[in-house]
Design a protein around this ligand. Structure first.
Ligand SMILES: Cc1ncc(COP(=O)(O)O)c(C=O)c1O
Length: 409
């Protein structure tokens, strides 16, 4: 079993085998935003391909707007944003970081790379995110930090988790890779952690191919440090602003700034995001309404969206009862022209965690909700240019495939 990629993770071609056949409705599809090619041509013609040029500033300003004015730094990926966040917070071997197991490997690796102990928490069976009860159950006297991950941009109360952490002096991180444009009680996700991260991977609502952002909330000193750590540990950002007459090595950092080529695409994608978001929401709503009768008929579940949440239509998932075999359903959907996908291989069961736990003499966490959800969650095609005809075809394929599986029992 290869770590993390045993099946159809959202970031890989579903099934890990082949691209969708012609005529198939893909799980994810990228179509360039208007002006993406024009922006790229402008960068190439101008010759400024390295980072922190005009398109980086444009993309950063658009992300900042989406986050109600938070401090933002563009990075090379969501993964690198998490690594940068851990560096900014000076995470080290004395830290114990609690996070959900039902997340992508990068959430954990960023902290493990700094030598911290990662402790996995369970998820709420409705929202599929770690909420306060799961966090409290996972915290130990050694816990020093918490990383939330609003699954599909949905959490019951991220503000309550941030408050809990503040009361106990725990550092608060927020992996908001799924959550651009989502809000909780009117406040953008990505502004609840002192340090939050976004992903603009090709599978996300806004794509820069491989790109991300670090968000620093209400912490100007941390923002200043992040700028240095992101630029090979130098104060080049201050130099470019004319604040110092030369730049020098100040901190042990790395290179987390994307090239202007990536920023040019990202700036175009952010400018065109409203239309893609509208398509995503229309598709999400159609799935929700038209698949609703299947809940009672087959015992399916869907993610609970608390009334306080404006979700970003990033994920549409159905959770199958134990009587329905996910692999068989994926195969039938494929035969019906639909490429569905699944994730995540829970991190508390991952080989890397086994190795880290064994070295520290720790037992595996017991996370019954994660263990039940992970093998039964199936994601349906959802992308910014999906049409209602495609959604209709997916819904019919789901109905037919489930009926066939039921009649075979
Ligand atoms: C929850 C979560 N965190 C972090 C990442 C990493 O983001 P990136 O692919 O931009 O490195 C992902 C990407 O899929 C993710 O889903």
């Amino acid at each position: 079993m290869r770590y993390g990629f045993t099946g159809s993770q959202s970031k890989t071609i579903p099934q890990g085998r082949s691209a969708p056949a012609a005529g198939m409705i893909p799980f994810n599809r990228y179509e360039p935003a208007p002006h993406a090619a024009e922006n790229l041509a402008q960068v190439l013609a101008g010759g400024h391909l390295s980072g922190d040029g005009p398109f980086t500033r444009m993309a950063t300003a658009r992300i900042r707007d989406a986050l109600d004015g938070a401090d933002v730094l563009l990075t090379t990926s969501g993964t690198h944003s998490l690594e940068l966040a851990a560096l900014v917070a000076r995470i080290g071997p004395d830290d114990e970081v609690v996070m959900p197991s039902f997340t992508f490997s990068s959430t954990a690796a960023a902290f493990a790379l700094r030598g911290a102990r990662v402790r996995f928490a369970d998820i709420d069976p409705g929202t599929l995110s770690m909420e306060r009860p799961q966090l409290e159950a996972a915290c130990t006297p050694a816990t020093t930090a918490v990383c939330m991950m609003p699954y599909g941009g949905v959490m019951r109360d991220p503000g309550e988790i941030a408050g809990f952490c503040n009361e106990r002096g725990l550092q608060v991180f927020e992996d908001a890779a799924h959550a651009i444009f989502a809000r909780s009680s009117g406040r953008p996700f990505g502004t609840f952690g002192r340090l939050a991260t976004l992903s603009f991977h090709n599978t996300k609502n806004v794509s820069g191919g491989e790109a991300g952002a670090l968000v620093v909330n209400g912490a100007p000193e941390a923002f200043a440090l992040a700028q240095v750590l992101r630029e090979k540990g130098t104060n080049r950002a201050a130099f470019l602003r004319g604040e110092v007459d030369k730049y020098t090595w100040r901190e042990v950092g790395s290179s987390y700034l994307p090239s202007e080529l990536v920023a040019a695409v990202l700036a175009a994608e952010l400018a065109g995001a409203a239309e893609k978001q509208a398509n995503r929401h229309a598709a999400w709503q159609a799935y929700r309404e038209r698949l609703d009768p299947l809940r009672a008929r087959y015992g399916l579940r869907m993610q609970e969206i608390p009334p306080t949440v404006e979700h970003p239509a990033h994920v549409f998932a159905i959770i199958l009862p134990a009587s329905i075999d996910r692999t068989a359903l994926l195969g039938l959907l494929r035969a019906n022209g639909v490429q569905a996908a699944w994730h995540y291989e829970p991190l508390h069961r991952a080989v890397a965690h086994d190795r880290l736990r064994a070295a520290a003499g720790r037992d595996r966490e017991e996370l019954p909700v994660t263990d039940a959800v992970a093998p039964s969650l199936l994601r349906l095609p959802l992308y910014g240019t999906i049409t209602l005809e495609e959604v209709d075809a997916v819904i019919r394929a789901v109905e037919e495939s489930l009926a066939r599986l039921a009649s075979a029992r």
